[in-house]
Design a protein around this ligand. Structure first.
Ligand SMILES: [Zn+2]
Length: 442
């Protein structure tokens, strides 16, 4: 093999010109050299050795590839056309990429070293094999049975948000021609520790839910035909891929109306110094009962009959002593905990704690770790919690207004100084509560 390559190189050096591939070589696809490419990166991309590439190419200088050079790629005999570097857009699914490529699934998988369609996620760089135009059947794609509502858009080239990672907006049409319109996700991609808002429009009065990571996320109709779902991801949740499915529960088929794989970004939370507490405060026998009570409370999704969509700070002159999400170790144990809320110091001339939104008091009493504590149910699966209070001024069942005093700041429970720990739970997930002061939802 080596001899042959050397001969080819010598032949080239003598002739001084790159020559086209000889007629007896089988038809092979061509890769167009991109800025920054080297023979090494191209070989790596296609799981080949440099020698294997040199064997089927006659290169003027293998160390000096120019943008636009055509490199024949061995291993795909019988396939003609071009291999194009491509960044997967939000509109893409496995099936629409196959349609775009008009290539056999097996080749597509081989070229991109794919082990599962779930690896095809927005923002990922792949190789899109494009067959020669005359072989391309994509003009006549049958639309009856497409697996993703985005396929049609992609074919129509109406995708307007390729590589836009702030928000997506698209007209989505599902297979049974129930229109889902103007779907937007914010933030996009999803973020650790955040509430991720999913808005869309559809036929009024549908019973819908999202399934994300196999968790049921309720969908609320806030105006006729306008829907909102909120997906909370805690600070320690996995980054990477999440599968998002929108299901219709209007009949017993649980029909999937829309599906897409969405990335979750790393919020890079800071790591706190080791926190040393009395051993009782990290003894599961002592800490778990209230943990279970809290999560049982926060698992309820009640109607939004009180709260107006905005939250306010629970203290006057809010000064933050510790933010949400910092990763924590207690008593030199593993860093497997995170700060589940925001700590406010005392910066105002009073110790008042206010309900940060209207709601119903669902817990008011002493907990071991959280001390004197209050939990308010705001509806739609949203709860706020207030820990380490000196005194509590409300009772379970009370209806409170936004801004109503519910107690005063203290240092009860697992606390080393007077402060208010304030947290927000969404569908039993603790998320960054400050996001809810900046965001007003319909
Ligand atoms: Zn705290």
């Amino acid at each position: 093999m080596k001899t042959k390559i050397s001969l080819v190189l010598i032949a080239f050096l003598l002739s001084g010109v790159a020559f086209p591939v000889s007629a007896q070589t089988p038809e092979l696809p061509v890769y167009i050299v991109q800025p920054g490419d080297t023979l090494y990166t191209i070989a790596d991309q296609f799981d080949l050795t440099i020698d294997e590439i040199l064997e089927v190419n006659s290169l003027a200088n293998p160390d000096w590839l120019s943008e636009g050079d055509m490199i024949r790629i061995p291993g795909f005999e019988g396939i003609s056309g071009e291999f194009i570097p491509y960044t997967i857009s939000l509109a893409d699914t496995f099936s629409n990429l196959l349609e775009k490529a008009s290539i056999d699934k097996t080749y597509f998988i081989k070229i991109n070293h794919i082990t599962s369609p779930n690896e095809l996620i927005a923002g990922k760089d792949i190789i899109l094999p494009i067959r020669d135009a005359q072989q391309n059947p994509s003009e006549n794609i049958a639309l009856e049975n497409f697996s993703s509502p985005f396929l049609q858009l992609s074919i129509e080239n109406t995708s307007i948000w390729e590589n836009d990672f702030s928000q997506i907006t698209a007209k989505v049409i599902n297979k049974d021609h129930i229109e889902i319109q103007d779907l937007s996700i914010n933030p996009f991609p999803f973020e650790q520790g955040k509430t991720n808002y999913i808005y869309f429009e559809a036929v009024p009065d549908q019973t819908l839910q999202f399934l994300i990571d196999n968790k049921r996320i309720p969908v609320f109709q806030y105006e006729s035909g306008k829907y909102l779902a909120m997906y909370g991801i805690n600070a320690l949740s996995d980054t990477g891929l999440r599968e998002l499915l929108l299901q219709s529960l209007s009949d017993d088929r649980n029909q999937v109306l829309y599906s897409q794989n969405i990335l979750t970004g790393d919020s890079a939370f800071t790591t706190d110094p080791v926190i040393v507490v009395e051993p009782d405060y990290i003894d599961p026998e002592k800490t778990m009962p209230e943990e279970e009570q809290l999560f049982a409370i926060a698992n309820n999704v009640s109607d939004r009959d009180l709260w107006d969509g905005s939250f306010s700070y629970p203290v006057d002159e809010p000064c933050i002593r510790s933010r949400y999400g910092s990763i924590r170790s207690y008593n030199h144990g593993p860093y497997d905990a995170f700060h589940t809320g925001v700590d406010f110091g005392i910066c105002a001339a009073n110790l008042n704690i206010y309900a940060s939104g209207a709601g119903r008091v669902v817990h008011a009493g002493e907990w071991f770790v959280r001390g004197n504590s209050v939990v308010i149910d705001h509806g739609w699966g949203i709860f706020t919690g207030y820990w380490h209070m000196q005194t509590i001024d409300v009772q379970v069942g009370d209806i409170v207004e936004e801004g109503q005093i519910i107690g005063i700041i203290g240092t009860t429970g697992r606390s080393t100084g007077s402060h208010l720990h304030w947290e927000l739970m969404l569908n039993d997930v603790q998320v960054d509560p400050l996001q809810w002061i900046e965001t007003s939802i319909p």
